[in-house]
Design a binder for this molecule. Structure first.
Ligand code: ZN
Length: 222
């Protein structure tokens, strides 16, 4: 029998994973939030995650993943590499971290299995595809199969955000009663500015466009 009472959420303290956390709290009796410390430029990201987990009384684990930064230094971990303002015409953006989701989900799976949990929730989305290969549905399905084979266990990688865009993510947060939490307590900005952010980086632009569209949608449907 699979344990459908508990789940592990891969939790960065950003908009998508926080919305996933709120979603999971409605579906499961117990939720574990797992964050990774990979030398993010903004340790603020982890403290946001910590604060949000505390607010909802969620058991929160921060796992050390500094190895990732040793192997693949990138603009999110190094001060001397600037974040690209716009997505490049080809190749992956310099905010892409080689192997990140592969490693995070694999470690989350080990963590989950140790606790007899099979459901692992991640906020990756293919809709706002920003050139990250490890956010695609085909990658998640492939990794799910690999993890099951690797550990002889039936994991379910669950991706509530896979086919929805940023506007719908705001809608989902609102329906879960978490619009304020997401707006005020999450960190999405590549410059490490909480809430509304810097307004200029790709993550801020995407977030704001979605928020404005959702506010417009709400006005039309009231
Ligand atoms: Zn920003």
């Amino acid at each position: 029998m699979k344990n459908k009472e508990e789940a592990v959420v891969v939790f960065s303290g950003g908009q998508d994973s926080t919305t996933c956390l709120l979603w999971a709290l409605k579906q499961y009796r117990k939720v574990y939030a797992v964050s990774f410390d990979y030398g993010q430029r903004h340790a603020l990201e982890l403290s946001c995650a910590k604060r949000i987990a505390e607010k909802f009384g969620v058991e929160h684990h921060i796992l050390d993943m500094s190895l990732l930064n040793q192997l693949a230094p990138n603009s999110l971990t190094r001060n001397d590499i600037c974040v690209d303002e716009d997505a490049p015409k080809e190749g992956t953006p310099n905010t892409f971290v080689d192997g990140r989701n592969l490693l995070f989900l694999s470690f989350a799976a080990v963590f989950a299995k140790q606790r007899g949990v099979s459901d692992i929730i991640t906020g990756v989305s293919q809709s706002d595809f920003s050139g990250y290969p490890d956010c695609r549905d085909i990658f998640i399905k492939s990794l799910n199969t690999t993890l099951n084979l690797a550990m002889d266990y039936e994991f379910d990688l669950i991706t509530p955000m896979m086919w929805i865009d940023k506007m719908e993510t705001w809608k989902m947060a609102d329906e879960l009663g978490g619009l304020d939490v997401i707006r005020d307590m999450t960190l999405t900005c590549y410059q490490g500015i909480m809430g509304e952010g810097c307004g200029n980086c790709p993550a801020c632009k995407l977030r704001k466009r979605g928020y404005d569209r959702y506010m417009e949608y709400k006005r039309m449907h009231q």
